[in-house]
Ligand binder design. Structure first.
Ligand code: HEM
Length: 273
């Protein structure tokens, strides 16, 4: 796969090499579909059983019950089993690892920036009932420096275009990478520095901060994710510090989410002990 980066817009144009070999892309896609079906078989069996049970005894209020009970206001039509399963999987997968990864890197960054960790603890101790403004800034800044989704899934250009002087032919695969945008020197001052105060005042410029994507496909769980992450961070930070056990060995493994390479060893140390 060849990559070309546009220096000013951080748009990356990708050309799939397998497009040059007739039929190869389709073969790879079919093989991948078979692999995915095998990986999902146990889960699909479990969710099918769960959906069947809930259809027999409706009336609960969790996400699955609500998906099953949902009706199109115009047609009165509900979701079929496959649609319920797909919605459930999307929300579960899109909302689970992303927030977890955001918290992992937040704790890592706090561990290597003890003065910021101390300020977070001081804020929480001073005003336990106030909205945790600094904790929110910490989460937002952690998602800037180490975006949980470092590269937004590819888009295919529907027409020829030119972005910042880079020609984008119709059909090309285009990628916007929050990792690159968030470290762009024309958008952020001293971008490599972890500084939650960036989020103390005005919001960042439009499209300069994209942890949740943008436009019609923007993350539907963004508010939930930030609220959830801030609550978890505060609850833990009120009681514990997270001490890094393997500094120097922490690496990244960017996939759809920015996973750590291997594990990050951290020890919960009770505060005040
Ligand atoms: C820190 C946590 C999260 C991050 C960084 C994140 C990031 C993203 C990004 C970048 C996209 C856009 C993908 C694209 O444009 O192709 C997206 C879409 C989506 N997210 Fe999140 N997300 C997070 C949490 C959540 C949560 C908690 C939920 C649900 C409970 C959720 C559900 C979704 C769904 C359903 C979509 C697809 C929206 C669509 O295509 O219309 N996400 N997310």
């Amino acid at each position: 796969m060849f990559q070309r980066a546009c220096a000013c817009s951080s748009v990356i144009l990708l050309t799939e090499w397998d497009g040059f070999v007739p039929g190869l892309r389709e073969l790879r896609a079919r093989r991948r579909e078979r692999e995915i079906a095998v990986l999902f078989a146990v889960f699909d069996e479990w969710i099918a059983r769960l959906i069947a049970e809930r259809r027999i005894s409706p009336g609960g209020s969790d996400l699955l019950d609500r998906l099953i009970a949902a009706r199109d206001p115009e047609t009165g039509r509900g979701l079929g089993d496959r649609e319920v399963r797909d919605q459930f999987v999307t929300i579960f997968i899109a909302g689970h690892e992303t927030t977890a990864v955001a918290l992992v890197w937040t704790w890592y960054l706090l561990a290597v920036h003890p003065q910021i960790e101390a300020r977070l603890h001081a804020e929480l101790d001073a005003s336990p009932d106030a909205p945790p403004a600094y904790a929110r800034q910490v989460i937002e800044e952690a998602m800037r420096l180490l975006p949980p989704v470092p590269r937004i899934p590819l888009r295919q250009a529907q027409a020829d275009d030119v972005i910042c002087g880079v020609r984008i032919p119709k059909g090309a695969l285009v990628c916007v990478a929050p990792w690159v945008v968030h470290r762009h020197r024309t958008l952020w001052a001293d971008p490599e520095r972890f500084d939650p105060d960036r989020f103390a005042g005005e919001r960042p410029a439009r499209y300069a901060y994209l942890p949740f994507g943008a436009g019609p496909r923007v993350c539907i769980g963004a508010s939930l994710a930030v609220t959830e992450a801030v609550i978890v961070l505060c609850e833990i930070a009120r009681r514990y510090r997270l001490k890094l056990l393997n500094p120097g060995e922490v690496g990244m493994r960017p996939r759809l989410t920015l996973r750590p390479m291997g594990s990050i060893g951290m020890e919960l140390v009770a505060r005040g002990s």
